[in-house]
Design a protein around this ligand. Structure first.
Ligand code: SF4
Length: 287
């Protein structure tokens, strides 16, 4: 069955959360206060907890991190740090709870936030499914992480690339922020509808209405069509067909490249080359 191995990104506040059984889940929440209780409830329903996804609806300085959190991967999609003088008192607890903070790489403020947290040895990253990416700034910070002898913190997507690097085939860095449709499904906040990506969820573009619908032939057909979409770029002779960055980008920025923008090609090809040569050097040393 096509979706047997998919991980469900599930809001813990969902009114039908108690009906979710025998799944592997990422528990999504806008507050960390009730996470430990939710994790226990989901575990009692025979679910496996893959991670907790904290999506705050206000600046981080307005949250209390001095709480006991479950012993699993905790990821936060942050937008603003907020009041620094208040937040800095929380840094020891953030550090202790090993939370990984993702930002959108589209503003000076985001880059400053990432730099600040990383200097405190707090794990950080950028989501590449964002709009209006500042490509050169992103490339600079990725290169700094790859080459600086001083960098010892976790920085995504570089950390994911290094740990999951394969010499052949496509690489899906969006897995590091649970947005690879081959691996994750996203449950609506209010209904039992499921979407393939975070954007699809936002745009209410659902693939199934409830877990039973995942068994339907029509659902499987839509999914298989999505999987096969990449063929089209070669048939229609899109820029991806000859792009050196294909194996890392997988055509994710075709709307940019179709308009003649060269930044995605430059970014992904330089990162790919750097990771490959780093990987080769590690191989040489180990021989
Ligand atoms: S960088 Fe552009 S041309 Fe290359 S694979 Fe990505 S979307 Fe296609």
């Amino acid at each position: 069955m096509t979706f047997d191995n998919h991980i469900i990104v599930c809001p813990i506040e969902h009114s039908s959360a108690h009906e979710i059984k025998d799944k592997t889940v990422v528990l999504k929440t806008s507050s960390l206060d009730n996470v430990s209780i939710a994790v226990e409830k989901f575990k009692n329903n025979n679910n496996i907890i893959h991670a907790v996804l904290f999506v705050p609806d206000k600046p981080l300085s307005e949250f209390n991190f001095d709480i006991a959190l479950p012993n699993c991967k905790i990821v936060c999609f942050a937008s603003k740090l907020g009041e620094y003088s208040i937040l800095r008192k929380q840094f020891p607890y953030i550090h202790k709870n090993k939370i990984l903070f993702f930002f959108e790489p589209n503003s000076e403020e985001s880059f400053l936030s990432v730099k600040l947290l990383s200097t405190l040895n707090i794990a950080v990253g950028f989501k590449l499914n964002s709009k209006d990416i500042l490509w050169q700034d992103l490339l600079d910070i990725c290169f700094h992480t790859l080459y600086s002898k001083a960098s010892h913190y976790i920085f995504e997507p570089i950390n994911y690339l290094i740990s999951d690097f394969k010499k052949e085939g496509t690489i899906h860095i969006e897995s590091s922020y649970f947005d690879n449709f081959r691996r994750y499904l996203h449950l609506s906040d209010t209904t039992m509808q499921l979407a393939l990506t975070q954007d699809d969820l936002k745009n209410k573009n659902f693939i199934a209405d409830g877990f039973e619908s995942l068994l339907l032939k029509e659902t499987e057909t839509v999914y298989e069509k999505k999987i096969a979409e990449w063929h089209a770029v070669f048939i229609e002779n899109k820029p991806c067909a000859t792009c050196v960055a294909w194996r890392l980008c997988n055509g994710s920025f075709l709307s940019y490249c179709d308009k003649g923008m060269s930044e995605p090609v430059a970014f992904f090809s330089e990162i790919l080359e750097a990771i490959q040569s780093k990987n080769n050097r590690v191989g040489e040393i180990s021989i």
